[in-house]
Design a protein around this ligand. Sequence first.
Ligand code: KG4
Ligand code: ZN
Length: 342
Amino acid sequence: MNAQSILILAIESSCDDTSIAILRNGKILANIVATQQIHVKYGGVVPELASRAHQQNIVPVMQEALNLAKVSLNEIDAIAYTQGPGLLGSLLVGASFAKGLALAINKPLINVHHMQGHILSHFIDLVNPPTFPFLCLTVSGGHTQIVLLKDYFEMTIIGETLDDAAGEAFDKSAKIIGLPYPGGPLIDKYAAIGNPLKYNFPTPKMEGYNFSFSGLKTNFLNFINNEQQKDSAFITNNLADICASIQFRIVKILIDKFEKAAQEHQVKHIGLAGGVAANSALRKAFETLAQKNNIQAHIPPFEYCTDNAAMIAMVGYLKFKMNKFGNQTQVANARMEFDVYQ
Ligand code: KG4
Ligand code: ZN
C-alpha cells in the first residue's frame, strides 16, 4: 500500500440491490448498482429471490466496477462489506464473497454497518461535509432513525420507528391505492399536482423522538375502504389529492420530531439519508427547517441515498484510517448494532 493512497473495494448486498464501489482516499471511482427487478411482480422484496439474484449479479457487478475505476484487484488495499443489518440470505452472499476475495488477494476485511453507511454517505467525496455535532435523519424502506453524531463513529440513536419504516409507510399506502411496488416514488409523482390538505390523516402520539407508522397505515386503509364504498371510482378521481395528503402527513410526522431534536441538541448541521430522501416534499420541508432554525442542511446526491456500496466504501475508508479491521471469523448479522468508538 502506498501511504498516500488508500484504495477500498466495497460490497453492499443487504436487501435487493447488489452494489460494488471503488473508493480512493474518500473519492468514488466507481459505484455500480444492480437493482433487482424480480420483486416488482410480487409487490415487495422476496428474500430467497434476492439472495439468488445477488449470487448472479455479484461477479459481473465487481468486473464493471473495476473496469470503470480502471483498477485491478491486486491494487486494492482492503475489502469493505455490509455485515448487517438486513436480510440474512442477502447479507450472506456479500459477506461470503468479501471473505473469499480478501483471502484470495490477501488483504484485510472491514465489516460495515449498513445504517452507518447511510449516515456517513454525507462525507463521500468530501465536498462540503457536515461538521460535528451532526444530526442525521435516516429514512429508508427498512429504517427510520434520528442519530446524533459527535464524531464519525461516536453516534447515538436518539429516536427510531417502533414498527413500520417511513419508506414502508409510503409503499404500503401506495399498495392500498393499487400502485405497484415500490410505490413511494409514485406517491411523490402524483402528489405534485394534489392538494396536501384535502384529507386529514392522524399523527400518532409517540413519546420522545420515536416514530410509529402502523396506525397511520390502518387509518389510511379504513379511509380508502369507506370512500370506495360510497364511490367505486374514488381513488381514480382523487389520486393526486390522496397522494399529496398522505405524503404531507408522513413528512410532517418526520420533520416535526426531527426539528425538536435538532433544537434540543443545538446542532448546526443536519443531514438526510436513505432512499426516502428522494421524496420532494421531504427535501423541501428539510431545507425549510434548516433555514428557519439557521442551520445547515446536507442531502447527499441521490445515488448515495438509495442503497449503494459507495457509502460502505466511505465507512471502510474511515475505519481503515482508524485501524478498525474485521476478520474472517465475523459472520453476516441481520440484527447488527452500531460500531461505536469514542
Ligand atoms: O434506502 P433504500 O433504497 O432501500 C432500503 O434500504 O430500504 O430506500 C427505498 C425506499 C422505498 O421504500 C421507496 O419507496 C422509498 O425509499 N422512496 C421514496 C421515494 N423514492 C424512494 N419514498 C417516497 N418518495 C420518493 N420519491
Ligand atoms: Zn438502506
